[in-house]
Design a protein around this ligand. Structure first.
Ligand SMILES: [Zn+2]
Length: 341
């Protein structure tokens, strides 16, 4: 996928393109930013641009995307290109091991076979074992002239500082929601209601958006809306039962996430930010009534209570009591509003 097919990230792409054009490309780059926002696609586009047989000129030079070299990069079989990622990607704690880094040493030792560069892409670079990281560090300390290292991570703080300092860091920001919305409608041919829903939940991450199922989102929206603002709030017994069910079914983290989005929608409306994308858009009339009754400061307090609960999960806070308290406080605020439903 050449640069011109990447959604967003114009700033890092411009930087890289200019670096290549003016022969200022460094030996090692660190692409960092949220997961699934396009870092790896950009790294592959840069690789194609460097190795392409028929690069396109003009004001925005780019790889052709169709020649043999471009295809080989796409398929991961170009002789001057190596991509490394955690081997046991499906497991809980994936690692890049030292044997994989040794493969880099074999790649970089000789001059490029076809093109002008040898490119080594290391995805999830933060998962390198200490041995692997130290082996890579040795190569980065004295990189061969023709080599380019592209390290990708969403957790730059987990990399060795010594590796960090040898790379030029480029930050990749989440995409504007409307870019994702447009992409889903035009490229993924999603209908506009679903595209709006999915893009709202995407957190500005295109990779995430492509994995979300609008039907699943709708089910969750209905389920958690009923839990957050349902009639059960008026019954102490039902609040106890519901809190217990959420804890026993291991749904606390998920519930906190969906409750936060509901509170956020109310807050945005009470601050008159109705142009921002809303998670529970189908409930807009009720959200508006809630926004008129609950003060922004009360919503923020409730949201902070959820934050506290979320952090408490690691500290073994009693989640059931925490949830019960949250629902009671919410009920206090809603007392006069519940009749609206
Ligand atoms: Zn090409």
């Amino acid at each position: 996928m050449p640069f011109n097919q990447i959604i967003g990230h114009q700033r890092p792409i411009k930087w890289l393109r200019t670096a290549v054009e003016t022969s200022h490309l460094g030996h090692a780059y660190l692409f960092h930013g949220e997961p699934a926002i396009g870092k790896r696609h950009t790294a592959m586009a840069l690789t194609q641009f460097l190795l392409c047989d028929h690069p396109q000129g003009g004001s925005t030079p780019d790889a052709c995307g169709t020649c043999r070299a471009c295809h080989q990069v796409e398929q991961g079989i170009h002789p001057d290109y190596l991509m490394i990622q955690p081997e046991d990607g499906q497991k809980q704690n994936p690692k890049i091991k030292i044997d994989q880094i040794r493969a880099i040493e074999h790649l970089v030792i000789y001059r490029p076979l076809i093109g002008s560069h040898k490119v080594c892409l290391i995805d999830d670079a933060d998962t390198m074992t200490p041995e692997a990281a130290n082996a890579l560090l040795k190569t980065l300390e004295d990189p061969p002239e023709h080599c380019l290292f592209l390290l990708i991570t969403s957790r730059p703080e987990h990399l060795l500082p010594t590796i960090h300092s040898r790379c030029i860091a480029l930050r990749f920001a989440p995409l504007p929601i409307n870019h994702i919305d447009e992409f889903l409608k035009q490229q993924a041919t999603m209908d506009s209601r679903d595209a709006r829903l999915v893009s709202t939940f995407s957190e500005g991450r295109l990779g995430q958006a492509l994995h979300l199922d609008p039907e699943e989102l709708k089910v969750k929206l209905r389920q958690y809306w009923a839990l957050l603002f349902g009639e059960h709030l008026t019954s102490t017994t039902q609040v106890f039962d519901m809190s217990e069910t959420l804890v026993k079914s291991n749904q606390v983290a998920e519930a906190i996430y969906w409750f936060q989005q509901g509170l956020r929608d109310v807050l945005l409306l009470s601050l008159d930010e109705s142009n921002s994308p809303m998670f529970y858009r189908d409930q807009e009339p009720t959200l508006r009534q809630l926004a008129q009754r609950i003060s922004p400061s009360a919503i923020i307090e409730l949201s902070q209570e959820l934050n506290h609960l979320e952090r408490g999960q690691q500290r073994h806070l009693n989640m059931q009591i925490g949830l019960e308290q949250f629902f009671f406080h919410l009920h206090d605020q809603l007392d006069s509003v519940l009749a609206l439903e």
